[in-house]
Write a protein that binds this ligand. Structure first.
Ligand code: FEO
Length: 400
């Protein structure tokens, strides 16, 4: 196995999951990685572990560098099982190492694995000397679980923030600077689908870390590629995404039964484009929900269209709205449209769903019965034009 060194004596010893395609509802078309890090010093340290089926892959990488029984300390930055489910096995293999974690981390690990471990519980600002180096800890509750914690190595300027700053990419490369701009697209999708609801906390935590004045050369997240050159790039992107900075893009997200809602969607798109908007048509069964969420990061306006099925919205729209509401995207302006046969109900149900999270919704809506006639298609074009003007005026007001 190739040995990957981040800084002298600090190694990546994680695993590559080439085959995972669904990460609890998030599509991972190339797979992902579970990153663990090994630090060799007077006391040898393993920071985080990997998902249990990949234990032997991690152990193999560790064994290339050091006898695993020579590990003295394991840091568990996060309880979620993609990072901790190998912990019982590696603790067993080493034989009772010190396990450093936050108080909530201790509780979470005990509840998950129901076995005694030699815990040292740490809080923000506490340190642990391992010889030439120091481990410094910053609790990061709700980024993205209550137990989440960052580990920082001041002597090497290395930050190991677990899930923060990650990307779901499986690749033969280990460093972000080896793959070019593609990494930012993966990082944006990861942020939008995992961290978006935590935007205020992210801004606060970044501010806290900046005020601590800790220099950072390398950021080693728990998924994907390591930020080795210009780690400020991903920090700045997180600040921008968390501040809700977006382009003027407008999305038309829809599903259709017999083509009527699609005909409205395409007419609305025509109106948006005629008004000069950068617009995109996204069919809910041709685009994964997590890809649409990534598109939303850069959008100012979102038009949602659904046919009526059993007096309500189409199931794919229900799925999407449930997912989207949980992510609480801020600063988006929503419009609603749809088709029906007799009683209707899709648009009403979509509005009710959005109102639960107090989204900004245009009071005007567009519906058509059975097959839209040419006048209704013309109305849909006008609806698109008017929506584009509303988004434009909202953006102008925002920037004042
Ligand atoms: Fe929150 Fe990658 O686990």
């Amino acid at each position: 196995m190739e040995i990957v060194e981040l800084k002298k004596g600090i190694y990546w010893v994680g695993a590559i999951d080439w085959n995972v395609r669904d990460f609890h509802g998030y599509s991972t078309p190339t797979g992902t990685t579970y990153n663990a890090y090994l630090i060799l010093d007077e006391k040898n340290v393993l920071v985080d572990t990997v998902k249990a089926p990949f234990y032997l892959e991690m152990l193999g990488r560790i064994s290339e560098i050091v006898d695993p029984t020579k590990i003295d300390i394991i840091v568990s930055n996060h309880v979620e099982m993609d990072h901790s489910s190998s912990l019982p096995q590696i603790v067993e293999r080493i034989g009772n190492p010190v396990v450093i974690t936050s108080e909530r981390g201790r509780k979470g690990l005990e509840k998950h694995y129901k076995r005694p471990m030699n815990f040292r519980v740490v809080k923000t600002g506490e340190t642990h000397s391992i010889g030439r180096r120091t481990l410094a800890f910053v609790e990061a509750p709700m980024l993205h679980w209550p137990d989440s914690m960052f580990t920082y190595i001041p002597e090497d300027r290395v930050l190991l923030p677990n899930d923060a700053f990650g990307q779901h990419i499986a690749s033969s490369y280990r460093f972000a600077d080896e793959v070019g701009d593609e990494v930012m697209k993966h990082a944006a999708k990861y942020y939008a689908n995992i961290l978006w609801p935590l935007a205020p906390l992210i801004l606060k935590k970044i501010d806290e870390v900046v005020k601590m004045g800790i220099p950072i050369d390398v950021i080693g997240p728990s998924h994907g590629l390591i930020w080795r050159k210009d780690p400020g790039r991903i920090i700045n992107a997180y600040v921008e995404w968390s501040q809700g900075k977006a382009g003027k893009k407008i999305l038309v997200v829809y599903d259709t039964m017999w083509g009527s809602t699609e005909a409205l969607a395409k007419a609305i798109l025509k109106g948006l484009i005629e008004e000069g908007a950068e617009a995109k048509l996204l069919h809910l069964r041709s685009n994964h929900r997590s890809d649409i969420i990534e598109e939303m990061l850069e959008a100012k306006g979102v038009l949602l269209g659904s046919p009526t099925l059993n007096n309500g919205m189409f199931p794919t729209m229900g799925d999407f709205l449930t997912y989207m509401r949980g992510l609480r995207p801020k600063g988006k302006f929503f419009g609603l449209f749809g088709s029906y046969g007799w009683g209707g109900g899709a648009v009403k149900e979509m509005r009710r769903s959005l109102e639960q999270e107090k989204f900004d919704i245009w009071e005007k809506e567009l519906t058509a019965q059975y097959i839209p006639d040419p006048e209704e298609i013309q109305k849909a074009i006008e609806f698109g034009k008017e929506f584009a003007k509303k988004v434009e005026s909202n953006s102008t007001n925002d920037s004042k």
